[in-house]
Design a protein. Structure first.
Length: 164
């Protein structure tokens, strides 16, 4: 009998469906209330690159009139994890820890670009296979409209192969 688990379900079909649902979720993530409320918008550039931007509005402005730190962090939260989840579908990927260092006040539109090179994906896959799990660290800078660093963010992830 062909298919997955003797059910006659084609594995290629399931992979396409997973890709379809993943793409649909990526499209609608901009409507996720914490991101939508802060005015955070993401753009998928390619399989391993996501650009995120946030304009300064009265909903994400702090008491002194600049970007609220929580919104700056929120714009950096899920992206490295989502890129790795797409790149490593047979692996569990979780956010484990994060830190943010505020460098200068954020005014106007701020952006961050999340990118994981294929070589790094391959290194993570190999380390997870050899060691059972791996905790890769990623960094990203939040930039203002003059490309000045507003905040520096570090994200620690947890990655291991899914049990069969």
């Amino acid at each position: 009998m062909s298919g997955v688990g003797g059910l006659g379900i084609d594995l290629i079909y399931l992979q396409k469906m997973n890709t379809f649902w993943q793409r649909l979720q990526e499209r609608f993530i901009n409507f996720y209330p914490p991101l939508l409320g802060a005015g955070i918008h993401s753009y998928t550039i390619d399989e391993r690159t996501i650009r995120v931007e946030m304009k300064l509005t009265r909903l994400n402005r702090n008491i002194v009139g600049v970007h609220f730190g929580g919104s700056l962090y929120a714009m950096c939260d899920p992206w490295f994890m989502l890129i790795l989840m797409r790149a490593l579908p047979d692996y569990i990927v979780w956010d484990k820890a994060a830190s943010i260092k505020f460098v200068r006040p954020g005014r106007g539109k701020v952006t961050a670009t999340f990118y994981i090179p294929q070589e790094r994906v391959d290194e993570i896959r190999l380390a997870a296979d050899e060691e059972g799990k791996v905790e890769p660290l990623f960094t990203v800078d939040v930039l203002d409209e003059e490309d000045q660093v507003v905040a520096h963010v570090e994200k620690l992830l947890y990655v291991r192969r899914k049990k069969k």
